[in-house]
Design a protein around this ligand. Structure first.
Ligand code: IMP
Length: 428
């Protein structure tokens, strides 16, 4: 059975839960390989709704082993908060595994995230304020704290003191904030050690053995391709690799073990935070997409920016990730629009450009060139086969598929779990 990578194709919040639901009971392990509690997914099980930020969605599926792998940055306080919330509602959280090599988000990372954003003023990224960027910065700077450090108080002390040495100067002298006491951070982290101990594992070994035994492993990417630190709209990105390559480095499972790459793409586009977004709408159509699609952030509650489908972005995603299947979500949100524009290329300073431009300035200047499709007014939330869709909706899906560089294997037609049309088996 295969290793499957599931990623977001645009700027996040594409609704990865639809693809997870389709794979359902066929998955044995769900692995979070990047990001931290900047993500947010609302999962509905039975009549209960759960908002998860750090834990992989697989924690809710009986029989699945959820894994937080080495590429993740873990806010231990949030980890236990989510575990307790689920535990008190009767969800069995005992199978969770956490990589000894995952990095830890501490109080000083959260503080630095907030003060740097404030300091940037108009140039701010619009981060989630969860300390993600500063924790990854410390990892790359080789002054990070790893989960395994929590089990050696001497090492932990050395590392926290070394990290705070410079940071306190900056907090005090540049940002005019109070310094942070190493003891407070260390005591706080050590308070979790005993509860953490049974979960900590060599998750690379566990996952490779699972694949050897023929188990199915789902690598669930946080954020999305256009927020990837290497391939996204830098610097308006998150600080991790949200693309399929990140699943290998972020988990210790080699790229040649990955069989399928599923990208989830909305039938239109949304983005939270700052940065270029060529098809963004500022008129009533944008408001229509926001209200029909309920486009407000799960983590921060911020209204999402909205725009039309951007085919060059989807093609870019197909290329960067090696997408085998797209899952097109929220097609029902477009119901009621008389016409639906799709961006097919860009006009960059008077020149037609068919692919996402490599230059950031060009992408900032890119004006969408649209092809317009006929809309439909019939309710499609009950459609369960492709032929149940009105002809105009079928034409929209086929046109978008043709432009996007890979097959559309499933289509989300409503918020309920079963509101999905399956066209091809995602594992074949
Ligand atoms: P950070 O990940 O908190 O550093 O935020 C960096 C950028 O990524 C900001 O524009 C955030 O709004 C965006 N971002 C981070 N996580 C998500 C997510 O799960 N969905 C959508 N945008 C996100």
């Amino acid at each position: 059975m295969p290793a499957i990578v599931l990623i977001g194709a645009q700027w996040g919040d594409e609704g990865k839960g639809k693809a997870t639901d389709l794979l359902g009971s066929r998955v044995d392990y769900v692995v979070k390989f990047n990001g931290g509690n900047n993500a947010g997914h609302t999962v509905v099980v039975g009549d209960k709704k759960y908002a998860l930020h750090l834990l992989p969605s697989g924690i809710l599926t009986p029989g699945v082993t959820p894994v937080i792998a080495n590429g993740v940055v873990v806010d231990v306080e949030v980890l236990f908060h989510e575990l307790e919330a689920l535990g008190s509602r009767g969800v069995d959280v005992s199978r969770l595994l956490v990589s000894a090599n995952a990095h830890v988000i501490t109080a000083y990372h959260r503080t630095i995230d907030k003060v740097t954003e404030r300091f940037l003023g108009k140039r701010q990224i619009g981060t989630t304020g969860r300390g993600i960027g500063p924790a990854y910065a410390d990892k790359i700077n080789r002054v990070g704290i790893r989960i395994q450090d929590l089990f050696d108080e001497g090492i932990l002390r050395q590392k926290v003191e070394a990290a705070l040495d410079l940071k306190n100067h900056i907090l005090l002298k540049v940002y005019n904030r109070r310094s942070i006491a190493a003891d407070e951070v260390i005591d706080d982290l050590l308070s979790y050690t005993e509860r953490l101990r049974p979960m900590v594992a060599d998750t690379s070994l566990v996952l490779n053995r699972a694949l050897d035994e023929g188990k199915t492993v789902l690598f669930e990417g946080g954020q999305a391709t256009m927020l990837d630190v290497d391939h996204g709209t830098y610097p308006f990105v998150t600080s991790s690799n949200a693309t399929s390559g990140g699943a290998a480095t972020g988990s210790g499972v080699a790229p040649n073990r990955i069989d399928r790459v599923i990208a989830v793409v909305k039938a239109y586009t949304t983005r939270v935070g700052a940065g270029p977004f060529p098809t963004e709408l500022f008129d009533e159509s944008g408001e229509f997409l926001r209200s029909q699609g309920f486009e407000f952030g799960t983590t921060t509650g911020r209204p999402r920016r909205t725009g039309w489908y951007d085919a060059p972005v989807a093609r870019y995603t197909a290329r960067i990730n090696g997408v085998t299947d797209f899952v097109l979500t929220k097609l029902d949100v477009l119901t009621g629009l008389p016409t639906i524009p799709v961006c097919v290329a860009y006009d960059v300073d008077g020149v037609r450009v068919d692919e996402v431009p490599v230059s950031q300035s060009d992408f900032h200047h890119a004006k969408p060139i649209y092809e317009t499709f006929e809309g439909w007014s019939e309710d499609i939330t009950g459609a369960r086969t492709f032929s149940d869709l009105p002809p105009a909706a079928q034409r929209y899906v086929l046109a978008v598929e043709e432009m996007s560089g890979s097959r559309i294997s499933a289509i989300g037609v409503g918020p309920s779990r079963d509101a999905i049309i399956s066209r091809h088996d995602l594992l074949e």
